[in-house]
Design a protein around this ligand. Structure first.
Ligand code: SAH
Length: 257
């Protein structure tokens, strides 16, 4: 990957970004930049909004306590979202925050919470999921935020899957086999969307497992001989999916245009 400027702080903003634009800051963002990071007039940072690529900006302070961002240079063009969709049974709050951030770092373009019989947390807070996704996106250099889907029960989630849509099912009961070969054999290269599914800490019930295994385009993926925590399995499964079928194989992100 071309050397990327990881030193300069990145900030996700909502307004449109364009040549010479002045971007207003929300109170929380202003407090973070001015008081937490103690940035001042003229300080540089990178901003992105998920639509207009990434821009180098500088802080302009019309008053002592307020700031806006003046866009200086278009640094990266907007890239297309990736193909990996991560479906997961929500975990307890702390682990869920961690798992969402790791899924974003691993390039999940869509996050699909799936409620199963042993799911530990129901009635998710979408704004909390989004806050974790924004934090991870600012840190890992991506230009888009993942789309966060509304939570679905497992049967609804499976029924909504396209018959040809590859479902990579991280299954601790699968025979231990070469996961790379399994993913290659499942096809999916060049697919528009590939869904990776990881279960709850208590695992899927036998009935749930049967309904998952009924999906016609399935890759039953063993993640080795040990039982992984769901958030560990998330990183392992997404790493394999990106390496074999996703964007770890391509040198640079394809521009949106
Ligand atoms: N049923 C497990 C607990 C589930 S582990 C037990 O016997 O304790 C949580 C989730 O992580 C599983 O639903 C599965 O999706 C994934 N997982 C954990 N270890 C795995 C492995 N070795 N191979 C594939 N998936 C695994």
């Amino acid at each position: 990957m071309a050397r990327y400027d990881f030193a300069t702080h990145r900030l996700f903003v909502s307004p449109p970004l364009g040549e010479g634009a002045l971007v207003p800051l929300e109170a929380g963002q202003m407090n973070y930049l001015l008081n937490v990071l103690r940035m001042d007039e003229g300080a540089k940072l990178l901003v992105f909004n998920g639509r207009d690529g990434e821009w180098l900006a500088e802080i302009v302070k019309p008053t002592r306590k307020t700031a806006v961002l003046k866009l200086l240079q278009h640094m990266r063009v907007q890239t297309r979202p990736g193909v990996i969709r991560y479906a997961f049974a929500p975990l307890k709050v702390g682990r869920l925050d961690y798992m969402v951030q790791k899924a974003v770092e691993m390039g999940a373009a869509r996050l699909a919470p799936v409620i199963t019989q042993r799911t530990q947390q129901r009635n998710l807070k979408p704004d909390k999921l989004l806050a974790n996704a924004v934090e991870a996106a600012e840190q890992c250099g991506i230009l888009t935020l993942p789309e966060i889907e509304p939570e679905k029960r497992l049967d609804t989630f499976l029924a909504a899957l396209g018959k040809e849509e590859l479902l990579v099912f991280a299954d601790e009961d699968a025979d231990i086999a070469d996961p790379v070969a399994a993913l290659k054999a499942a096809g999916g290269r060049g697919a528009a969307s590939i869904t990776v599914l990881v279960g709850p800490e208590g695992g899927f019930t036998e009935e749930e497992r049967r309904s998952i295994l009924d999906h016609p385009a399935l890759c039953r993926l063993s993640l080795g001989p040990r039982i992984l925590r769901a958030d560990t399995a998330a990183v392992a499964a997404l790493a394999l999916a990106q390496a074999v079928l996703g964007d770890w194989r391509s040198q640079n992100h394809l521009p949106d245009k």
